[in-house]
Design a protein around this ligand. Sequence first.
Ligand code: N2P
Length: 351
Amino acid sequence: MKKSTLFVIVLLLSVLLVACQGDGQKLAEELHIYNWSEYIDPEVFTAFEEEYGVKVIEDTFSSNEELLAKIQAGATGYDLIVPSDYMVEIMIEEGLLAELDHANIANIANLSALFSDPPYDPGLVHCVPYQWGTTGIGYNSDEIEPDSWAYIFDPTMAAEYAGQITMLNDSRESIGAALKYLGYSLNTTDEAQLEEAKQVLLATKPYIYSYDSDQFEDLIAADEVIYGHGWSGDYFAAAVEDERIWYVIPEEGGVVWADNLCIPATSKNKSTAELFINFVLQPEIAAQITNFTWYGSPVEAANEFIDPEILEEPAIYPSAETMERLEWIQDVGEATPLYERIWTEVKAAGQ
Ligand code: N2P
């Protein structure tokens, strides 16, 4: 065979390989991802498009409950969604997630043992862990050094910073923080404890600047507020630009969570979505994401590419001792409507 013929054959074969997935399906032209805000380096989308010719279109949500409501309401345009642990469990139960074809996601092998068999999705049947982090207090260190939830929930302490405090706009997170302040589990189903948490949230409401899950860190940078309840990585990422910003896990403890890449049952582009999941599980790409978000990566092999500053930060990769103070949010089953009612009442109070 002539060299040039061989070349043409090899070329054709590689074009075919790129155009087809393992299951023989053609790649989609576009992939629609519904994600948390500022949760991926946009360059990762560009790199995926350059490699496979698939354009990724992102839309964002602010809470697990908003994501669930949207999917329950029949939104069918999404190929990838990013629910947290407890929400994965709820979505599996409601039949909202497709099962993953692991044959298309060989890089699952790159996950650390800690994340390869999570209790909310044993065997990673439906989702693959994306990023993980904690919930605590972010602050302007020129002004304050908070170490306890009392800075948010003790009315005398909060009054000193009236109108300069934010809280997440998130039922489980915000009620959870109040429960932690009271010394209860953030997964309690005890109605008396939940009523107490509601009273704590109501008492501090007059001092809250806003309930915000998207720009809480920017509000500190803009000197609108001094501290707030929020997610670790967003504060740390903001600290790169504004050294005054820092983050702490309060002494009473906080939340540890993991968000996951999952494919809605209605996606028509499942194998392309699996190709994307496989793409972000590559060590260099996983590290690129963490270097952008300042959240922990479940991809163990990514560590060598992650900025040492991030790897060595104890509030991002907490010690075993700190881990003991952290709690995972779990599906509270029949108590869920009670949590939602309390949150609606807190939000509506004094309006
Ligand atoms: C990123 C938000 C983190 C997700 N901006 C919290 N589960």
